[in-house]
Structures are given as structure tokens and as C-alpha cells.
Design a protein around this ligand. Structure first.
Ligand SMILES: N[C@@H](CCC(=O)N[C@@H](CS)C(=O)NCC(=O)O)C(=O)O
Length: 225
């Protein structure tokens, strides 16, 4: 069994591999990165991940970064965990990689515009007046597509849960947490309710809540706004 340590921060996309690891059921440690103290850019952390980002997964001491790579490695290493449907050809496997890449490279940057507009324009008023609405408009198109896909089954791949659903679970919670108007997307709401009922997701959220308590006790918790 590999020795696994995942570097995380609450409310971030590190929730997705946390969910994956909980679904697998393999022992793993998490280490909290205090983003309010800019710990992701500390010399020590940059040695592991020069991009200064979570998630970073240490596998027997070797770092692996990027959700697409981490989730694909977990799926390849624990094939019986059902993180992705079994693929019958290289093309099918790459179609699944495309789904993960869609969340990482298209949906996530749109989440950032909706949830963290200050990353793009330092002026607070302008960022909330200009960047967030642009993000919401782009997100509406994405969510309409995903909602239509979920008409034919509760999960991204129909009847079977996959880690792509873990990605969607994080995205939806993150944007609703900052007031994204999601009422129209009933299939995604149902997806969220089904997701939250999964024991592995509850365990992942509990880990995150414990980290939020630590940050609060240190005066380093920045709630979503
Ligand atoms: N492409 C990366 C994105 C990772 C990323 O942007 N992580 C954010 C949290 S969601 C982060 O670490 N932000 C800290 C910062 O930018 O300072 C992935 O999918 O793993």
C-alpha cells in the first residue's frame, strides 16, 4: 500500500481527491495549507509543488500535482474502487480524461471568476461588478449543459458514480456558497443531494470541517463571500 499524504485547504478543489481517497477507502493523511498565511508559497511547500497550489499528493514521498493527474493515478492504482468506469479502449479512457480536463481547465477557471473575482482585478468594486457577472454568464452555459446531461441519469456517467461527480459536487457547492443563482438547474440540485448522502463524501467534508475549526482558532479562516 503506498504511503499517501494529500495537501489540502478548505473549500478548494483539493476536496475532489479527498473524496476520491475516501471513496477508495485507503489510509491517507491530509496536511492543511494555510492559504491566508500564504503557506502555499512558502519555500518548503514550493519544493514539493513549485506552482504553489493544492491539491498536491505525496506518494511514498514523491509529489504529484494537478487534479487530472492525481485522479487518473488514483484510478489506475485502485482500479476496483470505481473512480471511473472501466474503459474498453484507449479512446474510451481518453474520453474520461477529457471529462476530467473539462472540469480542471474550463469549469474550474470559471469557478474562480465567480467565487474569487478579486484574483483578476484588485479593485474590490470593479471585480464584483465586472469579473463576477462575466463568470456567472459563462457558468450559466456550462451548468445548462451539465444539467441536460444529468437528465438521463443521476450521475455524469449515468447510473454509476464517478470522480467526475466528485468534481461537480465541489464546483456546485463552491459557486452556490457565493450566491450563484442555481435554482433553474434541478438535475444538478438532485445530484448535489445524492452526493451529500454518500458516506465517503460525508467523511471528506468532516475532514474539511476539522481544518476549518483549526483555521478559525488561528484567526486564519476566510469564509467564501
Ligand atoms: N490546475 C490545478 C489547479 C489547482 C488550484 O488552482 N488550486 C487552488 C485552490 S482551488 C490553489 O491552490 N490556490 C492557491 C493560490 O492560487 O494561491 C488542479 O486542477 O489541480
Amino acid at each position: 500500500m503506498p504511503d499517501l499524504k494529500l495537501f489540502v485547504a478548505p473549500n478548494t478543489c483539493a476536496r475532489v481527491p479527498t473524496i476520491a481517497l475516501e471513496e477508495i477507502g485507503v489510509p491517507f493523511d491530509t496536511e492543511l495549507i494555510r492559504t491566508a498565511a500564504n503557506q502555499q508559497n512558502s519555500a518548503e511547500f514550493l519544493k514539493l509543488n513549485p506552482k504553489g497550489k493544492v491539491p498536491t499528493l505525496l506518494i511514498n514521498g514523491t509529489p504529484l500535482t494537478e487534479n487530472v493527474a492525481i485522479l487518473s493515478w488514483l484510478n489506475a492504482t485502485f482500479p476496483d474502487a470505481g473512480l471511473l468506469p472501466r474503459s474498453n479502449s484507449a479512446l474510451e479512457a481518453l474520453q474520461q480524461t477529457a471529462d476530467l480536463a473539462f472540469f480542471s481547465a474550463t469549469v474550474h477557471p470559471t469557478v474562480t471568476r465567480v467565487a474569487m473575482p478579486l484574483k483578476f482585478i484588485e479593485d474590490k468594486e470593479l471585480s464584483f461588478e465586472i469579473v463576477r457577472p462575466v463568470g456567472i454568464e459563462a457558468m450559466n452555459k456550462i451548468m445548462a449543459m451539465i444539467d441536460a446531461r444529468l437528465k438521463s441519469g443521476p450521475w455524469w456517467y449515468g447510473d454509476a458514480w464517478s470522480v467526475v461527480d466528485g468534481y461537480l459536487f465541489w464546483v456546485w457547492a463552491r459557486i452556490l456558497g457565493v450566491g450563484y443563482p442555481g435554482d433553474a438547474y434541478r438535475n444538478i440540485q438532485r445530484h448535489h443531494d445524492l452526493s451529500i448522502a454518500r458516506p465517503a463524501i460525508q467523511r471528506a467534508m468532516l475532514r474539511e470541517e476539522k481544518n476549518i475549526e483549526i483555521l478559525k482558532s488561528e484567526g486564519l479562516y476566510i469564509p467564501p463571500r
